[in-house]
Design a protein around this ligand. Structure first.
Ligand SMILES: NC(=O)c1ccc[n+]([C@@H]2O[C@H](COP(=O)([O-])OP(=O)(O)OC[C@H]3O[C@@H](n4cnc5c(N)ncnc54)[C@H](OP(=O)(O)O)[C@@H]3O)[C@@H](O)[C@H]2O)c1
Length: 331
């Protein structure tokens, strides 16, 4: 069946301005890190990607190494784009990234200009896109001068291969430096992609820098890879990330402390009329610089559940205090 997008797709979604820029992103975006590669069932992936668009989720977040296997999430995106989303190119924002290991030898990772330019070209080929809306440097490189990495991002903008550029996993001081270097080159640092959830608040310092500089934030792993949902409250389900082959979440990460915190947080979520996943996403979005949360999903039902976070984004001070209280306890 040829795909035709839902005519009502823009009725409910909230679109947030990204820092001091002209770009808006949907409050929730679809991240394609772990479940969209060549080991996933293509029809399921296509269904999730199109369902997301039908819900007003206009942003797909990819990277060169997403899969598994590395590169295959971009290829999957390319297949769905070619088959279904091409007529909607001007309605979607696609981001990719370079910086983590992608190919052997001295140019296959980190932050040299050689790596970023070559990797972006590879990513464009895999996705079949003419340009990325956002291109990120994926992680700081302690050895390459920041000027060189930012020069590579600026070149991608000048060449029309990226409309906007961002950084990911940078600390606050390097964010300020990157912003200033790009500004001198006439390029705005649009966005910082940072890990953030109730169990991991270390980037609040980065948000303060983003607020000061007018940089937006895209928040990743907002559910702590599934820990901030009700899925681990009664054991580790066989079809969960923690039980699967993922090297990023292990059974040992599902600690009694985290599970008890999730159980108590789940009670607050219920009192707000939300699932824990929805409350965790709303909680992330309370930051001024937070333009979007990047949803990682393994099935369609998770998109349908998580997207409802936007129905209740407000927190009372009592709720915020109660959440902080639970997070400060040890079980
Ligand atoms: N820049 C970076 O360095 C970086 C790093 C990591 C991620 N990211 C980006 O952030 C995105 C999200 O990361 P993430 O996958 O770690 O995000 P996450 O949202 O914290 O975790 C996703 C997992 O949570 C579970 N889940 C999601 N929605 C649920 C719901 N409504 N109810 C119950 N369980 C639910 C699923 O687990 P199961 O699989 O167990 O079903 C899903 O795979 C990535 O796809 C990527 O785009 C960026």
């Amino acid at each position: 069946m040829p795909y035709s997008a839902n005519e009502n797709r823009y009725e409910k979604m909230i679109y947030n301005r990204v820092g001091k820029s002209g770009l808006k992103l949907p409050a929730v975006s679809l991240g394609m890190w772990q479940n969209f590669g060549d080991r996933a069932v293509f029809d399921d992936v296509r269904t999730m990607m199109l369902a997301a668009f039908d819900l007003g989720i206009t942003h797909y977040d990819i990277a060169n190494n997403y899969g598994p296997t590395p590169g295959s999430a971009e290829e999957t995106f390319g297949r769905v784009f070619e088959k279904d989303l091409k007529p909607y190119r001007d309605e979607i924002i696609v981001s990719s990234k370079a910086g983590y290991y992608m190919w052997p030898g001295p140019y296959g990772e980190w932050g040299s200009k050689k790596n970023l330019i070559a990797s972006c070209d590879q990513s464009l080929k895999r996705t079949g896109l003419e340009y990325f809306d956002i291109f990120y440097h994926h992680r700081p490189d302690p050895e390459t001068p920041l000027e060189e990495t930012m020069d590579a991002l600026a070149q991608l903008v000048r060449q029309g291969k990226a409309l906007y550029v961002g950084i990911s996993n940078y600390n606050a001081a390097d964010t300020e430096k990157a912003y200033a270097i790009l500004k001198d080159m006439g390029v705005r640092l649009l966005i910082h992609q940072a890990s953030y959830n109730m169990f991991n608040r270390r980037n609040e310092e980065v948000f303060a820098a983003c607020d000061r500089l007018g940089i937006g934030a895209a928040l990743f792993s907002p559910l702590a890879q599934g820990l901030l949902t009700d899925k681990y409250l009664n054991g580790i389900p066989a079809d969960s990330r923690a039980a699967g082959p993922s090297v990023f979440l292990h059974r040992e990460n599902i600690t009694p402390d985290k599970v008890e915190k999730a159980r108590r947080l789940n009670e607050i979520a219920s009192s707000r009329g939300q699932s824990l996943a929805q409350m965790a996403l709303s909680w992330d979005l309370r930051h001024a610089c937070a333009a979007t949360v990047l949803l990682g999903v393994s099935r369609l039902s998770q998109i349908l559940d998580s997207v409802k976070a936007i129905d209740n984004l407000a927190f009372t001070q009592d709720e915020l205090d109660a959440i902080d209280g639970i997070l400060s306890m040890t079980f």
